[in-house]
Design a protein around this ligand. Structure first.
Ligand code: AMP
Ligand code: MG
Length: 351
C-alpha cells in the first residue's frame, strides 16, 4: 500500500480542509489515517466499525487485549458511546476537555468489543488540536486512536516518526508538524469509589484533586512491586523502548554527572557506542559519548516534548547503550519517569 503524507496547517485553510475531508472519507470507509494531537500522533480508525479497529491492531502489531482510546469532538458524542457518565467525570470534562485527559466509562452497545479489547468499558478523550478535531468530525465523530507507533516503540511526536513505523501499512498520514506535549494523556477511571489514575500524564493528580477531590494512583503502576498488575491493560507491556540499552542514573546532580562520565568511559573501553541524555544545564559537563540535551530543567515541558524524539534519534545512531539523567521534575516528572522507567526496563543506578 502506498502511504500518502499530507501537510496540514493548524490554521485549516480551504486546501487543508479538503485534505481532511479526503482523510475523513478513508476513515468512513474503514481505513486508517495517522494524525497529530497535542499529546502524540494517533493512528485513527472508525471506532464503531469492528473491522476498522482490527486494522489498527494489525498495523501496530498491538496485542488484541490492549484497548483503544475513542476520540470525540463534542460532549453530545460522549452520550452515544457510554451507558453512564458519573458527575465527577462531567466536572473533569468541563475543566480539562478538550485536552490531554482520557476517562474510562461503561460502554454503550454502539461500541464494538474489538475497539475496547473485549472490555465492557470504553476510554474516551477529546483532544485539543484543531487538525484532530476536524478529522474526527470528517471521519464520522468517533475515532479510535492509539499512538501511531509500532507496538513497543517510542510514541511518535512528528509525522516523520509515524512514517518510519507505518510506511506502506496505512493509506494516509496527516503531517501537522511536531506535537506540543509529547507524552500520552492522563487516564482516569471512575469505577472505584475514589477515582483512580491508570496512567500518569500532563494532567497531574494535584490538578485533578482541585476539581473532584481525592484521586488515587493505580497501585498496579508501582515499580517496586514486580507482581503488581496495572488496571490499564496497556501499562503492563514493555513500552517506549529504544533499540539501545537505556540506563537511568538518579541522585544529586554532581554525583550523576560524575557517574555517567565514569560509565561512558567504561562502556567505550569495552568498545560500545555510547549515548548520554542530559539537559541544557549539564550537557557541557559530559566528556565523551554522543551527548544530547532533552530540554531544560527550568521548563519541564521541554523534557516531556523531546523525550520520545531523543530515543528515536539514538535509534538512528545505532548506539549500544544510553546513560540518562533522571527527570523527577516537580509537576509532570511523575509522567516523564513512568515512560522513562519503562523505556529503561527499570534499570536505574542510584548515586
Ligand atoms: P495508547 O492509545 O497507545 O496510548 O494506549 C491507550 C491506553 O489506554 C492503554 O494503556 C490501554 O490499556 C488504556 N485503555 C484503553 N481503554 C481502556 C479501558 N477501557 N480500561 C482501562 N484502560 C484502557
Ligand atoms: Mg501507545
Amino acid at each position: 500500500m502506498k502511504t500518502v503524507i499530507e501537510k496540514i496547517t493548524e490554521q485549516l485553510t480551504e486546501e487543508d480542509k479538503k485534505k481532511i475531508e479526503a482523510a475523513g472519507d478513508i476513515l468512513k470507509q474503514g481505513g486508517l489515517v495517522a494524525f497529530p494531537t497535542e499529546t502524540v500522533y494517533g493512528l485513527g480508525a472508525d471506532a464503531l466499525n469492528p473491522e476498522a479497529s482490527k486494522k489498527i491492531y494489525a498495523a501496530k502489531g498491538r496485542p488484541s487485549d490492549n484497548p483503544l482510546i475513542v476520540h470525540i469532538s463534542n460532549m453530545k458524542a460522549l452520550e452515544k458511546i457510554t451507558s453512564e457518565i458519573p458527575e465527577k467525570a462531567k466536572k473533569m470534562a468541563k475543566e480539562f476537555w478538550p485536552g490531554p485527559l482520557t476517562m474510562i466509562f461503561p460502554k454503550s452497545e454502539q461500541v464494538p468489543l474489538e475497539t475496547t479489547g473485549g472490555l465492557e468499558t470504553v476510554a474516551v478523550r477529546m483532544p485539543n488540536h484543531p487538525i484532530a478535531l476536524a478529522l474526527i468530525d470528517a471521519g464520522g465523530g468517533y475515532i479510535a486512536a492509539p499512538s501511531a507507533n509500532t507496538s513497543g516503540k517510542p510514541s511518535p511526536t512528528k509525522a516523520e516518526h509515524v512514517a518510519l513505523d507505518m510506511d506502506g501499512k496505512i493509506p494516509m498520514i496527516l503531517d501537522g508538524g511536531a506535537v506540543g506535549i509529547g507524552i500520552e494523556s492522563t487516564i482516569v477511571d471512575f469505577s472505584t469509589e475514589i477515582p483512580m489514575i491508570l496512567r500518569p500524564g500532563y494532567i497531574t493528580p494535584e490538578m485533578i484533586q482541585k476539581v473532584i477531590g481525592e484521586v488515587k494512583m493505580d497501585p498496579g503502576l508501582s515499580m517496586d512491586d514486580p507482581t503488581a498488575h496495572p488496571k490499564a491493560p496497556g501499562m503492563k507491556y514493555k513500552h517506549y523502548a529504544p533499540k539501545a540499552d537505556l540506563i537511568l542514573v538518579n541522585g544529586a546532580q554532581e554525583k550523576v554527572i560524575q557517574k555517567i562520565n565514569e560509565l561512558v568511559s567504561m562502556a567505550q573501553e569495552s568498545g560500545k557506542k555510547t549515548g548520554v541524555i542530559g539537559t541544557d544545564e549539564t550537557c557541557g559537563r559530559y566528556q565523551a559519548g554522543i551527548v544530547k540535551s532533552i530540554g531544560t530543567r527550568s521548563e519541564e515541558d521541554t523534557i516531556a516534548r523531546h523525550l520520545y524524539g531523543i530515543l528515536r534519534e539514538f535509534d538512528d545512531l545505532d548506539v549500544d547503550v544510553i546513560y540518562s539523567e533522571s527527570f523527577s521534575t516537580p509537576r509532570i516528572g511523575q509522567a516523564i519517569m513512568n515512560r522513562m522507567l519503562k523505556a529503561a526496563g527499570h534499570q536505574v543506578i542510584e548515586v
